[in-house]
Write a protein that binds this ligand. Structure first.
Ligand code: MTE
Ligand code: MO
Length: 557
C-alpha cells in the first residue's frame, strides 16, 4: 500500500469518526429534548431499568458497594450510557465511511450497486437492526413515560421516539460524512462509484484543503448540536433524585419524631435518576385485564369518585430495625376496591399488576386489591400528593412493604397468574407482609460498632423518658413492653401516639435508674391479634428485617 493510499484511508476514517461524533451529539440532543418535554425515556436510562430486576439481590448490592450506593450506581449508569452513545455513534460513523469507501475503491463490475446505494442500505439496515433490537430488548419497560402517558400509548410514544432519535443520528452522520469526506476528484464527487483515475493524479485531493476546513465547520456544528444535550442533561440533573432518594425520617438529628410525618420529612425511595413529572392532561389510569369492562380515568374523573381520608404507615423492605425508611401520613383517595368492582373482576382473577409512569411494576393479590383500605391516592396530609411521593396519583396498600405502593400509577391490570414485580424479580419476598416490629428513638439512639447506644447518659435517681415506635402492618399494635435489664423482666409502656390499626404507635416510658452501671434496654410489641413480634434477628434480605431492638446505656452513679 502506498503512503498516499494509506493517507487517504486515514482521512476516510477520521471523516467517519467526526461524522459519527456529530451524529451522536445530535442524537443525544434529540433524546434529551424528548426526555425533557415528552417524558420519552432513552435507552441510556431504560437499559439500567431493564437490567436491574434481572440482577440478584447480592449482585445489585455488590454494585452499590462498587459505585457508592444506589445513587452512585445511578450516576454511573447514566454516565456510561451517555459515553456509550458517544463512543458507539463515533465508531459507527467510521464503519459507515469504510463500507462506503471500500465500495467506492472496488470495481463496480462485481457489484450492481453504486456507493450511494451501498451507503443507504448500510444506514437503513443499521437503523432497522438498532430500532428493532432496542424495542425487543426493552420490551418489558417500553411502557415507561415520565409524563404519565398510560402504558399502551407510552409504548407507542417510545417506539416512535426511538425511531426519530436513531434517524436523526443516521441523517446527521451521513450528511456530515458527505460534507467532510475526502474528495477523490470529480468521479468520486459524483458518487457513482466509477473507477476513473482522479484528475490531479493519485489521491491528489484526498488530503486536500477541503477536508480540514470542512472538518472544522463540521466539528463546530457538532459542538452546536451537543449544546442542547448539555443544557438539558444539566437541567435534568438538577431535578435528579440524588438529593432526596433515601431520605429517612429519623431522630438521628435530634429533631424528634411526630405521630404523623410532616410531608417534607417523609421518607423517600425511588429507582429513578429523574422521577416522573406527570402531566395530568395526558395522564390516565387504565384499569384492564381480567375485568368485564375495562376502565380509563383521567385526573378529574378520578377526583370525582367518592373518596376517604385514611392514615397509614409506609415502610420500605430495606428498612433495618430502628431505621428511618418509615413514615406515617394521612392519604386521601378512592378505595381500589370500588374501582375494581366497577370494572367487574373476573372469577379467575389472581392478582393485580400495577404499572408506574417510570416503568416500575409491582403486584399484590386480589385479597389486598379488594381490601377497602387499599387506596388509589391523590392527597397526602391534606395537600395534593407531591411529585416525589408519586403525585398526581399513587396506590397505598397498608400492611405490605413500600415497594408495593406504586407511585405515579398509570395502569392496574387484573391477571390470572403470578407476575413478579421489579424487586421481586431480584429475589425479594415472596412474602411482603410487614412483620411486627418496635424500637427506641428517644433519647436519640446512635449506632457504634453495630451496637446501639443511647446518646444521653443516664444518672441514678434522675427520671428519663424513653420513647419509641411499634408497627404491625395492617394488624394494629395492641401492646408494647420494655425491658431495662436485657430482657429479664418486662414492663408496660404508655401510648404517646395511638394512630390506627394501619399505623405505627409511639410509646413512652418514664424510668428512674436505681443503680449505676451498663444496662441493655429491649422493646417488644404485640400486634392486634395479640401475637408477639418476631424476636430472632433477621436481616432485610429478602423479606425485610425482623428482631428486637436492643440498646445500651451507661448509668452514672
Ligand atoms: N413507580 C414507582 N413506585 C414506587 C417506587 C419506584 O421506584 N417507582 N419505589 C417503591 C419503594 S421501594 C418504596 S419503599 C416506596 C417509597 O415511597 P415514598 O418515596 O413515597 O416514601 O415507593 C414504592 N413505589
Ligand atoms: Mo422500598
Amino acid at each position: 500500500m502506498r503512503i498516499a493510499t494509506l493517507g487517504r484511508w486515514v482521512a476516510i476514517v477520521l471523516a467517519g469518526l467526526l461524522a459519527g461524533l456529530v451524529g451522536a451529539a445530535v442524537l443525544t440532543s434529540v433524546q434529551a429534548a424528548m426526555r425533557y418535554w415528552l417524558g420519552i425515556s432513552p435507552p441510556q436510562e431504560m437499559i439500567p431499568d431493564r437490567l436491574a430486576p434481572t440482577l440478584s439481590i447480592n449482585d445489585f448490592f455488590a454494585l452499590f458497594g462498587e459505585y457508592g450506593g444506589y445513587n452512585g450506581l445511578k450516576r454511573f449508569g447514566i454516565r456510561s450510557g451517555l459515553m456509550g452513545v458517544a463512543v458507539a455513534g463515533t465508531l459507527v460513523g467510521a464503519l459507515y465511511a469504510l463500507v462506503v469507501e471500500s465500495r467506492r475503491s472496488r470495481a463496480s463490475r462485481r457489484w450492481p450497486l453504486g456507493t450511494t446505494e451501498v451507503g443507504g442500505l448500510f444506514v437503513l439496515g443499521a437503523l432497522a437492526v438498532l430500532w428493532a433490537g432496542s424495542l425487543l430488548f426493552l420490551a418489558p419497560t417500553l411502557d415507561t413515560n415520565f409524563r404519565g402517558l398510560p402504558p399502551r400509548q407510552a409504548e407507542a410514544a417510545t417506539a416512535v421516539g426511538y425511531l426519530v432519535a436513531f434517524a436523526s443520528y443516521a441523517l446527521t452522520m451521513v450528511t456530515v460524512y458527505r460534507f467532510v469526506a475526502p474528495r477523490r476528484g470529480p468521479v468520486a464527487a459524483r458518487g457513482d462509484g466509477a473507477l476513473e483515475p482522479p484528475a490531479g493524479g493519485p489521491d491528489a485531493l484526498a488530503m486536500g484543503r477541503p477536508l480540514p476546513r470542512r472538518a472544522i465547520v463540521a466539528a463546530a456544528a457538532g459542538v452546536a448540536a451537543a449544546a442542547p444535550a448539555w443544557a438539558l442533561v444539566r437541567r435534568l440533573n438538577e431535578k435528579a433524585t440524588f438529593s432526596y432518594d433515601g431520605t429517612v425520617y429519623s431522630n438521628s438529628d435530634g429533631r424528634g419524631l411526630q405521630g404523623i410525618t410532616p410531608t417534607e420529612r417523609f421518607y423517600t425511595v425511588t429507582k429513578n435518576v429523574v422521577d416522573p413529572e406527570v402531566n395530568t392532561g395526558v395522564w390516565r389510569l387504565v384499569v384492564d385485564g381480567k375485568v368485564d369492562d375495562p376502565r380509563q380515568y383521567d385526573y378529574e374523573g378520578l377526583r370525582a369518585l367518592p373518596a376517604i381520608d385514611q392514615e397509614s404507615t409506609l415502610m420500605c423492605i430495606s428498612n433495618r430495625i430502628s431505621a428511618g425508611l418509615f413514615s406515617n401520613a394521612v392519604w386521601s383517595g378512592t378505595p381500589l376496591r370500588d374501582i375494581l368492582l366497577d370494572a367487574g373482576v373476573a372469577d379467575d382473577a389472581y392478582e393485580v399488576v400495577l404499572r408506574g409512569a417510570d416503568g416500575y411494576t409491582d403486584t399484590f393479590g386480589m385479597d389486598k386489591a379488594l381490601d377497602p383500605t387499599t387506596l388509589v391516592v391523590w392527597g397526602m396530609n391534606g395537600e395534593p400528593l407531591p411529585r416525589i411521593h408519586g403525585g398526581p396519583v399513587r396506590v397505598i396498600v397498608p400492611g405490605l412493604y413500600g415497594e408495593k405502593n406504586m407511585k405515579w400509577v398509570t395502569g392496574i391490570e387484573v391477571v390470572d397468574h403470578d407476575v413478579k414485580g421489579f424487586y421481586e424479580q431480584q429475589g425479594w419476598g415472596p412474602d411482603f407482609v410487614i412483620p411486627t416490629r418496635s424500637d427506641f428513638f428517644e433519647p436519640r439512639v446512635r449506632s457504634e460498632d453495630g451496637r446501639f447506644v443511647f446518646a444521653d447518659r443516664f444518672q441514678v435517681g434522675r427520671a428519663v423518658t424513653l420513647k419509641g415506635r411499634a408497627f404491625a402492618g395492617d394488624r394494629g399494635v395492641s401492646k408494647v413492653e420494655v425491658s431495662t435489664d436485657g430482657g429479664e423482666s418486662w414492663q408496660p409502656t404508655a401510648v404517646a401516639y395511638l394512630g390506627t390499626r394501619l399505623t405505627w404507635r409511639h410509646w413512652t416510658l418514664r424510668w428512674v435508674p436505681r443503680e449505676a452501671g451498663d444496662r441493655e434496654f429491649v422493646v417488644r410489641a404485640y400486634d392486634g391479634n395479640g401475637d408477639l413480634q418476631p424476636t430472632e434477628s433477621v436481616g432485610t434480605v429478602p423479606q425485610g428485617a425482623r428482631g428486637l431492638h436492643r440498646v445500651l446505656a451507661r448509668i452514672d452513679g
